[in-house]
Design a protein around this ligand. Sequence first.
Ligand SMILES: N[C@@H](CCC(=O)N[C@@H](CS)C(=O)NCC(=O)O)C(=O)O
Length: 219
Amino acid sequence: MKLELISFKLCPFAQRAIISLNQQNIDFEITYINPMDPPDWFKEISPTGQVPLLKADDQIIFESNVITEFINDISSKSTHPENPIQKANNRSWMAFSSSLFDDLFGMVTGDEEKFNSSKNALFDKLAKIEAVKGDRAFFNGDEFNMIDAAFAPVFMRLAWINEFTDNALSIAEFKNLSAWSDAVLAVEEVKTSVVDGLDDVYYSNIEGREGYLSTLLVD
Ligand SMILES: N[C@@H](CCC(=O)N[C@@H](CS)C(=O)NCC(=O)O)C(=O)O
């Protein structure tokens, strides 16, 4: 099967798919577009106008969590827990994790009021995750699973923002979550899931948005 991922370099949702493809050692091609100025061929094949899309031969698969499920389905080793309740629980928290990106977007683009309301919303959600996380390295234990890939882009962006500012979004108060973030960000497939220098692009993006967060940048 020929796989082509249609992506955008800064897209956290596409990053989930790249991590899963790399973790499963699956060959794929990647085509980058700018979803803010998409080419006509993309508009024709994308039902939502959003990336990522995974083209599997001639079929279009969209929605990042569906794409990672598909990658799992065509792989010999599952990155989900076997137990149906635990698997459903992982899927619930994967869906929950997607809303964290809305809060991050609000913080990167908003004025001070929007930054603070988005930060409060994000930290309320992080507290809920902390309450269920437990103290194992990854969400389900010692193995990096699909749910860890779903959260990885959030942890990467929080780490970047903390590095660029005086820890404006420190998650140190959440002990289990902090340790989980460290473990996830140390995984090779996570480290190699973004192009070199993407942290600088993210920095420039924050600067260019001229929101409240840009006033907190320290270098
Ligand atoms: N729920 C979607 C969200 C994808 C998404 O928001 N992609 C952004 C880029 S990171 C996009 O394509 N934005 C352009 C738009 O919404 O028109 C998923 O999980 O795949």
